[in-house]
Design a binder for this molecule. Structure first.
Ligand code: FES
Length: 160
C-alpha cells in the first residue's frame, strides 16, 4: 500500500476538518509519478503520487488557477504548465516564482522573469502589470487522503 504524504496541518483546505471521506480513484490508477484530476461538484482536486507518497491539493495553481494535474512532477515538486511556478508538495511552499513575477506568500516582490542572456521582458505600466505585481502566490492547500481496500479516498467539504 502506498504511503500518504504528510502535510503541514495549518495548510488544510477550508472545510476539511471533519469532512467525510469520499471515493476518489483506484490506487492502481495513480502509479508513482502520476497526477490525476478528480472532481467533486465544483471542486477540482489534483491527486499526486509523489516520491514520498500520495497527496491531494487543489487542481488550481495558487498563482492564477491553472490545473496543476497537467503540469510535471519531479520528486515532490510540481511545476505549473502555465507560468512555470514550482511548488513543494511536502511543505506547500512555492520554490520557483511564476515567470510573470508577483508576490511571494510573505509579500516579497519578485519581478517578471526573463531567460538568462535575454533582455528583460517589456512590462508596460497599466492595470495588467499592476495585477501581476499584486498577485500573491499562496502556499498549497491540502485535502486529507487515505487508502482503503485499494481505493484512494479524499475528505472533501462539498457534495456532488
Ligand atoms: S497559473 Fe501557475 S504559475 Fe501561473
Amino acid at each position: 500500500m502506498p504511503d500518504v504524504l504528510p502535510y503541514p496541518p495549518d495548510l488544510a483546505a477550508i472545510g476539511t476538518s471533519g469532512a467525510p471521506f469520499r471515493v476518489a480513484l483506484p490506487v492502481a490508477e495513480l502509479p508513482p509519478g502520476a497526477m490525476r484530476r478528480v472532481t467533486f461538484g465544483e471542486l477540482d482536486i489534483a491527486l499526486v503520487h509523489a516520491e514520498r507518497g500520495i497527496v491531494a491539493t487543489d487542481d488550481r495553481c495558487p498563482h492564477m488557477s491553472a490545473p496543476l494535474s497537467i503540469g510535471s512532477l519531479d520528486g515532490c515538486v510540481v511545476s505549473c504548465p502555465l507560468h512555470n511556478g514550482r511548488f513543494d508538495l511536502a511543505s506547500g511552499d512555492p520554490v520557483q516564482m511564476p515567470t510573470t513575477g508577483g508576490l511571494w506568500p510573505d509579500g516579497r516582490y519578485e519581478p517578471v522573469w526573463s531567460p538568462p542572456g535575454k533582455e528583460p521582458k517589456d512590462d508596460p505600466p497599466g492595470p495588467k502589470a499592476e495585477a501581476r505585481r499584486l498577485t500573491r502566490v499562496r502556499r498549497l492547500r491540502y485535502y486529507p487522503v487515505r487508502v482503503v481496500d485499494g481505493t484512494i479516498e479524499v475528505a472533501v467539504p462539498v457534495s456532488g
